[in-house]
Design a protein around this ligand. Structure first.
Ligand code: ADP
Length: 332
């Protein structure tokens, strides 16, 4: 493998920059009109422009000629869909089998619970709601359309014409959202904590700038559309728990697929005032919040003593796999 390729979106800048830093050539597959950042920041040696995401398959032979390995991220998974991802012939970093578990909220919830993590309570029907809840629709749509309800009437008053959509009713946990950036190396059998972020979401993070009286006057409803991320460090005494939770999900994942979870992943958590982590989601690949650490985080600095983004860490794993002739361990 001599080239690292990814889709131009999500975390492509750090994936491509990290690949360059590790000595790889880089290739970016971009939808027409979205090439500017990848040109301007100088991270892509080659850009393949496509009209629609499905057109990627017309260019697979080019990626194969270049001896490329493809690094997936959430946007690529959302654009192509899991079924099409399973047909990709270009070498792919990560375990494809874990994607269908991640995409199914029930299976995902079972994974987290069986790994021993604390998860928010899930209510099977609106009639069961007995506390503040967040209602989430399926599919990673950046939290768009989510709403809060604290009883059955409140649910029906807001669900309206989306009643037949796929949704989950989850206990609303009051605390601070904290996204943990992990990397598990299958080559060295080591779990690393590369950083943390918190999200900047519209409109909940804007509502906090208004007095309660104005919020009521404007008749505002909370929404959770991600617009950006902030870097974060956590209270140091929480770190042992952070490592413990990451190891538990990796270990349990081996019961779910033959290879299990490896590479970059994230636990999306809320930390309560009694310092409990409630894990509301797992992302089984690089999360966009790692973009806050393109030049490394305080934790990756401790571990590597050089700039180490999650994107670069992925490239380093691919490099080590090539050097040790163990590529099968990192390709899914
Ligand atoms: P993603 O966009 O990664 O799929 P979610 O859709 O599960 O994440 O959540 C979007 C946002 O909603 C989170 O960033 C968080 O602010 C909020 N949130 C999600 N679940 C809960 C919960 N159980 N309690 C409180 N806030 C939550």
């Amino acid at each position: 493998m001599s080239v690292i390729a990814t889709f131009g979106s999500h975390s492509a800048l750090q994936i491509l920059k990290g690949a360059k830093d590790e000595g790889f050539g880089t290739l970016c597959i971009c939808q027409k009109g979205k090439e500017i950042p990848y040109k301007s920041f100088g991270v892509a040696d080659e850009i393949i422009t496509i009209d629609a995401y499905d057109d990627f398959f017309k260019h697979e032979d080019v990626l194969q000629e270049r001896d490329a390995v493809l690094i997936p991220h959430a946007s690529m998974i959302a654009y192509l869909g899991i079924d099409k991802i399973n047909t990709i012939k270009v070498p792919y970093f990560g375990d494809k089998k874990i994607l269908s578990i991640e995409a199914d909220r029930d299976k995902q919830n079972a994974w987290l619970k069986d790994a021993g993590l604390t998860v928010p309570k899930v209510f099977a029907t609106p009639e069961d709601i007995d506390r503040p809840c967040i209602i989430k629709f399926h599919g990673a749509d950046g939290g768009r359309g989510y709403f809060l309800a604290q009883n059955t009437d409140g649910f029906y008053a807001q669900i309206k014409d989306r009643i037949n959509d796929d949704y989950i009713i989850q206990e609303y946990v009051v605390g601070v959202p904290t996204y943990i950036h992990y990397f598990y190396s299958p080559l060295d059998d080591e779990l690393e904590v590369l950083g943390f972020d918190k999200r900047y979401e519209s409109n909940v993070d804007g509502i906090g700038r208004l007095a309660v009286r104005d919020q009521a006057y404007f008749d505002l409803h909370s929404s959770y559309t991600v617009t950006g991320n902030h870097p974060l460090v956590v209270r140091e005494s929480l770190l042992p728990k952070v490592f413990e939770m990451g190891s538990a999900v990796v270990e349990h994942s081996r019961k779910l697929t033959p290879k299990g979870l490896y590479g970059a992943f994230s636990l999306e958590t809320i930390i309560t005032s009694d310092l409990q982590f409630y894990v509301f989601e797992i992302s089984a690949r690089i999360v966009a919040g790692t973009n806050v650490h393109m030049n490394g985080s305080p934790y990756s600095y401790l571990r590597y003593n050089e700039p180490m983004s999650t994107g670069r860490r992925i490239a380093r794993e691919v490099k080590h796999a090539i050097e040790r002739q163990q590529l099968e361990k990192v390709l899914g």
